[in-house]
Write a protein that binds this ligand. Structure first.
Ligand SMILES: Nc1c(NC[C@H](O)[C@H](O)[C@H](O)CO)[nH]c(=O)[nH]c1=O
Ligand SMILES: CC(=O)[C@@H](O)COP(=O)(O)O
Length: 160
């Protein structure tokens, strides 16, 4: 289902696991920060609404989405959260750089999910236009940050 047919911010809090004792890490890319800040605010608000304590949410910034993999890896090693949310916004430019950044970031985050025992949530928008990014970070299609926070809560206690 395309995002255009689904509100990214829709969820039923009563259907979620108890998140009151969870430790959540959030690594935020500074590229397109107007977008990534919107994603971060969506994720933060949802985590707090679902009972995660603000003192147990750790935020680190990295320069761009390509650095999210290293930032999440370092967060896992040094903080040891129950889950990490990787937040980025990649917007297509004139060259193929978009394709390489998106692919490397997605593969790197996938690799962390395979190689570590900590779930890393892919909250990276990969848009052709700024408007598409705005629509998915608190706009008409909701906020992928909300979706990512819900995924983090669910994955943090998977199998327990
Ligand atoms: N163009 C975008 C980038 N580019 C920067 C890379 O992510 C990386 O920081 C650089 O190549 C140095 O390693 N990053 C984004 O997050 N979004 C973009 O639109
Ligand atoms: C995703 C990017 O790296 C891109 O925004 C850079 O723009 P350009 O391809 O015009 O150099």
């Amino acid at each position: 289902m395309a995002t255009a047919n689904k509100n990214l911010s829709h969820y039923d809090k009563d259907q979620l696991p108890d998140a009151t004792d969870m430790e959540i890490g959030i690594v935020v890319s500074e590229w397109n920060d107007a977008i990534t800040e919107g994603l971060y605010q969506g994720a933060l608000a949802t985590l707090l609404e679902c009972g995660v304590k603000e003192t147990r949410i750790t935020r680190w910034n990295v320069p761009g989405s390509f650095e999210l993999t290293f930032g999440c890896k370092k967060m896992i090693e040094e903080v040891g959260p129950d889950a990490v949310i990787a937040i980025g916004s990649v917007i297509r430019g004139e060259t193929k750089h978009f394709d390489f950044v998106c692919s490397a970031t997605a593969q790197g985050i996938k690799d962390l999910n395979v190689l570590t025992d900590t779930p890393v949530i892919f909250c990276v928008l990969t848009d052709d236009t700024l408007q598409q990014a705005k629509d998915r970070s608190g706009g008409k299609h909701g906020n992928k940050g909300t979706e990512a926070a819900i995924a983090a809560i669910k994955m943090a206690c998977l199998g327990t």
